[in-house]
Design a protein around this ligand. Structure first.
Ligand code: ZN
Length: 290
């Protein structure tokens, strides 16, 4: 499942031409900045036949590549039509960027399995450790006691989320990198156990076995798979999302063992096995990591 690194809109003007080189890398013949209600769009004229609109995933800059002979009127109308889409996506990038730059200051918030936790720093343990406190209870195995794996989706826990804490405990001062590593290890262990449970569940339902389900740090994908080798990789980032989202991504990758493409057959399977998958997909798009 791919999260596009650049949000693109492609519009056909003439019948399609297969471009061998990314339109964004092609020679610019003419360029100018147009202002749309305070939103600047870099217009680049190139020897191409379609319009390509791109929002830079890092800084939110907007570039529109257009054919050489296109009128300014057409460009203005096109961008105006897409303005809301551009703004929505810029906002998402902004949120994401903000959330990825977290400093480990006491009282900062992070998301864990879709719920907000406050970071606390303790100085008691010789061996650095991460503990999770949920509604005043120290939980080491956060989800294993809960066979349905949806503890974190219920409303009661949402209401009490102000009590939730993730405690980084180390008698020695930890650098930011050490804290990040400690948290990542904690995320990995938790995600690993969740995936083990979910893999067991879905292998039984689908009557198929994965050779391997692993966790990887992926920036642009939630998951990926090699259908031939029956390997699945899940993004470590998913630990920040509700378990329903993790399950949705895992099932999505499992279904690629039957259907490699995202065609009608694939979505028919998705509908069959997880009728509410769109709810999780929406959740995945709306929630931002950490
Ligand atoms: Zn897919």
């Amino acid at each position: 499942m791919k999260l596009k690194s650049h949000q693109c809109f492609i519009v056909n003007i003439k019948t399609s031409l297969i471009l061998t080189k990314s339109p964004f890398k092609r020679k610019v013949y003419n360029s100018k900045i147009l202002d749309f209600q305070g939103l600047e769009v870099n217009i680049q004229h190139k020897k191409i036949k379609k319009l390509y609109l791109k929002i830079n995933n890092k800084n939110g800059d907007v570039t529109l590549c257009v054919p050489l002979n296109i009128s300014e009127n057409f460009i203005v109308n096109f961008v105006t039509e897409k303005l809301q889409w551009i703004k929505d996506n810029q906002q998402k990038i902004h949120h994401k960027k903000k959330s990825l730059n977290i400093e480990f200051v006491e009282s900062d918030n992070i998301k864990f399995l879709g719920e907000i936790y406050q970071i606390k720093l303790n100085k008691t343990l010789k061996k650095p450790q991460v503990n999770l406190i949920k509604n005043h209870n120290l939980i080491n195995k956060t989800y294993q006691e809960n066979s349905q794996l949806n503890l974190f989706d219920n409303h009661e826990s949402q209401q009490n989320s102000h009590c939730n804490q993730i405690i980084l405990d180390s008698i020695k001062d930890l650098t930011k990198i050490q804290k990040t590593k400690l948290l990542e290890k904690f995320y990995r262990q938790n995600l690993q156990e969740i995936l083990q449970e979910l893999t067991k569940k879905w292998q039984k339902i689908l009557q198929i076995e994965a050779n391997f389900v692993g966790i990887k740090k992926m920036r642009t994908r939630y998951g990926s798979c090699n259908a031939r080798k029956k390997n699945i990789w899940i993004s470590l980032n998913l630990i920040h999302y509700p378990i329903g989202c993790i399950e949705y991504v895992l099932l999505h990758e499992f279904l690629h063992f039957f259907e490699q493409n995202h065609g009608k057959k694939f979505y028919a399977l998705m509908n069959k096995f997880m009728p509410n998958w769109q709810y999780h997909q929406k959740n995945l798009r709306q929630q931002f990591a950490i």
